[in-house]
Design a protein around this ligand. Structure first.
Ligand code: COA
Length: 170
């Protein structure tokens, strides 16, 4: 199975915030943003693995800035690491100022997707080779984030999370 670079699966989705997608403060509803991020991440995971993919876990979401109605929102999904059947995906969310055209980072999230066959069984995926400094940094951290996610899901014992523990005790 041939290894792939993050750029071959990068997914960028740009869309408006409509009034029906907002909360009582006229800002984008959190669940709507989660769905947009899930969609972009799922396309990136499918491009990398070329398989059916499912969301296994939402590992981190930071709603740092509210996004007002009428905003132009860009959701960018990049695979940060591929394991055996699972992929960590970083999602960066940008909003665009109408007058200056400047893009500001509004939110970010980290999702895990798993490639599966027609019977929902996990299948092997290609390796990911990071190229840029940011891709390498996210690749390095992915192993401990995977361990944290598995520990929280009750699928790994804390004392087996070697890289995660090293973050606190080394
Ligand atoms: C995700 C799913 C395929 C995992 O199946 P499973 O039987 O737990 O399979 P495994 O334990 O072999 O795990 C498969 C991979 O997922 C990873 N994984 C499972 N749960 C995870 C979690 N909470 N966080 C991070 N990774 C996780 C495992 O580490 C493993 O990765 P690897 O193959 O790269 O080593 C299965 O739980 C599923 O189908 N869930 C429903 C998915 C869905 O419907 N999503 C939409 C939300 S409504």
């Amino acid at each position: 199975m041939e290894a792939r670079h993050p750029k071959s699966s990068k997914t960028i989705m740009t869309d408006l915030v409509l009034p029906s997608e907002t909360n009582p403060l006229n800002n984008l509803f959190g669940g709507e943003l989660l769905a947009r991020m899930d969609r972009a991440a799922s396309i990136a995971a499918r491009r990398h693995s070329r398989r059916i993919v499912v969301t296994a876990s939402v590992n981190h979401v930071a709603f740092n800035r509210s996004i007002p109605v009428g905003s132009v929102v860009t959701v960018e999904a990049n695979i940060s690491r591929a394991f055996k059947s699972s992929m960590e995906i970083y999602i960066d969310v940008w909003i665009e100022d109408r007058e200056s055209g400047r893009r500001d980072k509004a939110n970010e999230a980290i999702y895990t997707f798993v490639a599966v066959d027609d019977t929902s069984r996990p299948v092997q995926i290609p390796e990911l080779i990071p190229e840029t400094d940011l891709e390498k940094e996210r690749f390095e951290g992915a192993l401990r984030r995977r361990q944290l996610s598995l520990v929280l899901a009750g699928k790994m014992k804390p004392n087996e999370a070697t890289e995660l523990k090293a973050l606190f005790f080394d």
